[in-house]
Design a protein around this ligand. Structure first.
Ligand SMILES: Cc1ncc(COP(=O)(O)O)c(C=O)c1O
Length: 494
């Protein structure tokens, strides 16, 4: 390691410790009451003259120690005092005991990165709100309330609104060529809830589970929270190594395999048609539930994708997740889950226990749009817009030593950095330049892949995308120069 690099690392460690110590002292002195909002990451970074990741790291450490807790999109708050246990506990009874999670503390680094306020937002893997049908949906609101006057006065069926399920069943029947009826579907509050409920149902603490490497970062956090034991399976442009998949299934008898085989997040790869049938056969043979997350199915740039794995399932070992967040409205939180009766029955129970049904208003609004001719026309336009943005980002990245496989659909580029650079190092620097992206580490169930990063080209307009990507390549160039200078000095100095 270069001398400069070692100094920088030591300096980083000291800076983070300074922020952590100060916060901890102030928390212990009672300056903040339980549940008080604490300074934002930005304020803290400015006060100590450190970058935001350093400030965030201090908060993360305090959260691990149960001294603070995070509220999504809001910031950090002072935790109530941790109850005394064992010999120190008072015997004043149960009322003093605060609830605390029994498993590993939940974390979601993806959402922490996405909530940092930056000018060049390349970490959000969703579509630019300006390209989504917000206007039509808002026009529909009154019409939907007129059509269903009791909309707000009733619960949805926990399985999902029947009319919506019938409509999605017709759509998926055409698309997958599997005859489906309303009873074969559950509507969940986004794909995220479907992943969560299925994991709770099928993966117990310590159970083996196959996961792609890399994969959708928030899914990793769900599996980790559930206490799953990961069996990583590399995904490449050619799909998976099926011999390895079979060997893992045979040896470990995993309960489930979470896959996102079509325009995969973060890589954009699509598992070839030839592997899909074989995967389903393996799942049947080794009794491993395939959780097929098909969130990007409609986001293709040329030919439509191969048929989903679900299309090959005859024995009920595939459950298919079709979220509409990515191309209609993330705010509506509508995802359809298709499966065989056993899975659907369990999922309906889990869903009713979790929230008693996805809000009916959103389901009816979505239905109105989904049934209209606008839906198809919107998808056609969106595919073109996404392809243009992908090409814009690729043009800016070209020539700087970055490499990637150009995806045929989806919202992201999975990029390998020039040799010697790490994505977490680049993120620290890029946040100072108001650019964010997803570092490879958090997409890796083993938390090792620091050579790659995910750039989402879908969320920001072309000018911002261009400038954000330009800043990234420029920063990487400067970092590479600094690192090579550091290592030359390291060689010169004894
Ligand atoms: C692969 C994948 N699955 C599921 C989700 C969650 O989507 P939803 O908004 O439907 O909860 C995402 C969101 O980024 C995703 O990328």
């Amino acid at each position: 390691m270069g001398v400069n690099r070692a100094w920088e690392e030591e300096e980083d460690r000291l800076l983070y410790r300074r922020v952590y110590d100060s916060l901890r002292r102030r928390l212990e002195s009672g300056e903040w009451s339980p549940h008080d909002k604490l300074p934002s990451v930005r304020q803290l970074a400015a006060r100590f003259g450190v970058n935001r990741l350093t400030a965030l790291r201090a908060y993360r450490m305090l959260a691990e120690e149960n001294r603070v807790y995070a509220r999504e999109k809001s910031g950090f708050y002072a935790s109530p005092p941790v109850p005394l246990t064992g010999a120190n506990a008072s015997d004043s009874g149960m009322d003093e005991v605060e609830p605390s999670p029994s498993g590993p503390r939940p974390g979601n680094p993806m959402s922490e990165i996405q909530s940092l306020p930056v000018d060049y937002q390349l970490s959000q893997g969703i579509v630019d709100p300006g390209l989504l049908p917000n206007l039509f949906l808002s026009e529909y609101v009154k019409g939907v309330f007129d059509l269903y006057p009791k909309l707000m006065g009733t619960y949805s069926n926990p399985q999902g609104d029947e009319e919506l399920r019938e409509s999605v069943a017709r759509y998926l029947t055409k698309d997958t060529r599997v005859p489906l009826a309303a009873d074969d579907l559950v509507i969940t509050t986004g794909g995220q809830q479907a992943i969560d409920l299925l994991t709770r149902l099928y993966v117990g603490r310590g159970d083996a589970m196959l996961v792609e490497r890399p994969t959708y970062s928030s899914a990793i956090d769900i599996f980790r929270q559930q206490g799953a034991r990961f069996l990583p399976v590399d995904i490449t442009p050619a799909g998976y190594d099926l011999e390895r998949v079979e060997a893992l299934m045979k040896l470990h008898r995993p309960k489930a395999f979470y896959l996102n085989p079509t325009y995969h997040n973060p890589t954009g790869y699509t598992v070839p048609a030839g592997q899909r049938k074989r995967l389903v056969e393996l799942a049947e043979r080794y009794r491993c539930l395939l959780i097929e997350d098909d969130s990007f199915h409609e986001m293709y740039f040329g030919e439509p994708p191969p048929r989903p794995l679900f299309a090959y399932d005859t024995a009920g070992w595939v459950v298919h997740l079709r979220s509409f967040s990515k191309y209609v409205a993330p705010g509506l939180r509508v995802c359809a889950v298709a499966g065989r009766p056993g899975v659907i029955r369990s999922l309906v129970t889990a869903k009713s226990l979790a929230d008693n049904g996805t809000p009916l208003v959103g389901q009816k609004l979505f239905l109105r749009y989904f049934e209209s001719e606008r839906f198809g026309r919107h998808l056609e336009k969106l595919r073109i817009a996404m392809r243009i943005r992908k090409e814009t980002a690729e043009k800016e990245l070209a020539g700087g030593g970055w490499t990637w496989d150009s995806p045929k659909g989806g919202l992201n580029l999975w990029v390998r950095l020039p040799d010697g650079l790490s994505s977490s190092e680049l993120l620290e620097e890029s946040l100072r330049q108001s650019v964010s992206f997803v570092p490879g580490l958090i997409c890796d169930p083993l938390r090792e892949t620091d050579t790659h990063l995910r750039i989402s080209y879908s969320f920001v307009g072309e000018a911002v995308l261009k400038e954000g990507t330009r800043r990234l390549t420029e920063l990487a160039r400067r970092l590479a120069e600094r690192n090579s200078l550091g290592s030359s000095l390291g060689r010169l100095m004894p």
